[in-house]
Design a protein around this ligand. Structure first.
Ligand SMILES: C[S@@+](CC[C@H](N)C(=O)[O-])C[C@H]1O[C@@H](n2cnc3c(N)ncnc32)[C@H](O)[C@@H]1O
Length: 251
């Protein structure tokens, strides 16, 4: 089937996740943004609603083995992406991990993530689902980690209780900012990163990372600032802060 004849949401791995002709563009955009935000091969990332591995097919070869984690309720999308894009050999070498879940169970991986990403997930979610996802992320994000997510901003909040697909829903930026801060202690930083479907990228982070988040939000490759590069060295797992220092001292 010719990709140009398919519409977003059709049952083809490149179409189900969005306009099929933008499949590669959306993957490359996410990969570039993550690198600009400081992602390096040693970091661990959770791709929430990883779909047909649009960014996963770039992250899996790049990251060190065991550093890519994907959550996706539709296993067929992952299967097709492995068959058509990634290949079984790379899966064997890089050991990505996946779970089929529609409750955003980031904690099921039992990791402290340097990055989480949810591209075109909250543009289909109910407020309760966003809350559930933020709750999961807040428990599994490193203290210096970043959660990159897209939203469609509107003048009012979608009040339905269900996931909407392939249609989209809107939220007020202030409602999401308030929710993230008041319930989960996550700050929300809006960014000027581009998106080919008119969505808006935001960063969620714990307090203490404001300067870094601000720099990333207004990222300009021509004025590259290496302060962005390495998140600090302390990790939060389920609310407990474990300092990497103790490990360094033992070496
Ligand atoms: C618009 S696609 C985006 C996929 C991917 N993030 C990307 O950029 O290609 C939305 C994805 O969310 C998945 N999804 C549906 N319900 C979900 C849920 N409750 N939690 C996580 N993902 C869900 C869909 O199966 C689909 O793969």
């Amino acid at each position: 089937m010719e990709l140009a004849k398919l519409a977003a949401g059709d049952e083809h791995y490149k179409a189900y996740v969005g306009p099929p002709l933008k499949y590669d563009l959306l993957g490359a955009l996410q990969f570039t943004l993550l690198c600009a935000a400081g992602l390096r091969s040693t970091h661990k990332i959770c791709d929430i609603g990883c779909g047909s591995l649009r960014v996963g097919k770039m992250l899996i070869p790049y990251l060190n083995p065991g550093n890519y984690y994907g959550i996706e309720p539709n296993q067929w999308l992952i299967d097709e992406a492995i068959k058509e894009e990634v290949g079984a050999d790379l899966v064997r070498i890089k050991k990505p991990q996946f779970i089929n879940d529609s409750d955003f169970k980031v904690g099921a991986f039992n990791q402290a993530f340097d990055f989480c990403i949810a591209q075109s997930i909250f543009s289909h979610s109910s407020m309760a689902q966003i809350e559930q996802c933020l709750s999961e992320v807040a428990q599994s994000l490193a203290t210096d980690g970043l959660f990159l997510a897209t939203f469609i901003w509107g003048k009012s909040d979608y009040e339905g209780e269900k996931w909407v697909y392939p249609g989209c829903v809107e939220f007020k930026a202030n409602s999401i900012k308030e929710l993230a801060w008041s319930k989960f202690g996550l700050k929300m930083q809006r960014t000027n990163w581009p998106h080919p479907n008119g969505q808006n990228w935001v960063l969620f982070h714990f307090p203490g990372n404001e300067t870094k988040a601000e720099k990333i939000a207004h990222f300009n490759l021509g004025q590259y600032d290496s302060d962005i590069e390495k998140p600090k060295a302390s990790y939060s797992i389920k609310g407990k802060v474990i300092s990497k220092l103790s490990r360094a001292l033992k070496k």
